[in-house]
Design a protein around this ligand. Structure first.
Ligand SMILES: [Zn+2]
Length: 284
């Protein structure tokens, strides 16, 4: 199994000299099995580069969306496979609290995009109720779901295949003053013993209390959760758009020092490929 980060930034894309190391594209992770079965997690701007690769073949495409906030769907209009005739694309929208689970398509309507979604040549279907299920199967993966603590709701996914467990939890506030869809203990159960936990940590202590209730977690509490759940490796995503490479390196080093010999912890870098069979990590 390969896990590949195409977009790790939260809120908005952040090109520029201060984000070269960790990357500026918004949320997108690609998981591919040894037999070629694959899924895409989220459709932020990171999916555009992934599309440049996938357009070279004709296999079915499956996209799991956490939720519809802009940074999780905005790459879709530029994802080249949607312009391939009869290319089969299945989308599972997150369990959001609104009746617009097709927002990923509807962003290509009105005056916001020159090509309208009704004109797309690909064979696109949206499984609107799939993420409401506790579990489902897709493309060789067993998927379990959990509700995010985030404005407008959404879904976290735990994917199991080839004896490995990957948890994708973004955007998520672990201790929110708002209604909690999922408690700390429920998160512990959900991610328990995962080989990889990919979790949002957009904030530092100093970002609070101003940003309390905005739907994101702090570095310190995400690492604590991963450690308590006996996760093997934690990859932090949804980096704040204002967070520079130097600041992310500093936060990463702090956590690596604190959890030395207890938890592998990284701030995810765009372009990192994790080979899970050997647990070898190749960053480029
Ligand atoms: Zn969000």
């Amino acid at each position: 199994m390969k896990v590949e980060f195409f977009g790790v930034r939260g809120s908005s894309p952040t090109p520029g000299r201060n984000t070269v190391l960790f990357g500026g594209n918004t949320s997108c992770v690609y998981i591919c099995l040894e037999n070629g079965d694959d899924v895409i997690l989220d459709s932020g701007t990171g999916i555009i580069a992934l599309g440049d690769r996938l357009v070279k073949n004709t296999s079915d495409i499956n996209i799991l969306l956490t939720h519809n906030h802009w940074d999780h769907i905005q790459g879709f209009p530029f994802f080249k496979p949607i312009y391939q005739a009869e290319r089969k694309i299945t989308i599972v929208p997150g369990a959001i609290e609104h009746n617009d689970k097709d927002a990923i398509l509807k962003q290509m309507s009105g005056s916001t995009h020159p090509v309208k979604y009704q004109q797309l040549p690909a064979d696109i279907s949206i499984l609107k109720d799939e993420a409401l299920k506790h579990s489902f199967e897709i493309a060789g993966f067993s998927v379990h779901t959990q509700r995010l603590n985030h404005p407008d709701g959404g879904s976290a996914y735990c994917l199991t295949a080839e004896g490995k467990k990957i948890a994708f939890v973004t955007d998520n506030e672990l201790s929110s003053p708002n209604k909690m869809n999922t408690t700390w203990q429920q998160w512990l159960d959900f991610i328990a013993d995962a080989d990889i936990l990919i979790h949002d940590a957009q904030y530092l202590e100093e970002d609070l209390p101003l940003k309390l209730g905005w739907g994101h977690s702090k570095f310190s509490e995400v690492a604590k959760l991963a450690f308590e759940a006996k996760v093997k490796s934690l990859y932090i995503v949804s980096h704040d758009p204002s967070r520079t490479d130097d600041e992310l390196l500093h936060q990463e080093q702090k956590l690596q020092l604190k959890y030395k010999n207890k938890l592998n912890v990284f701030c995810a870098r765009e372009g990192t490929v994790i080979e899970l069979a050997t647990h070898e990590i190749n960053a480029n």
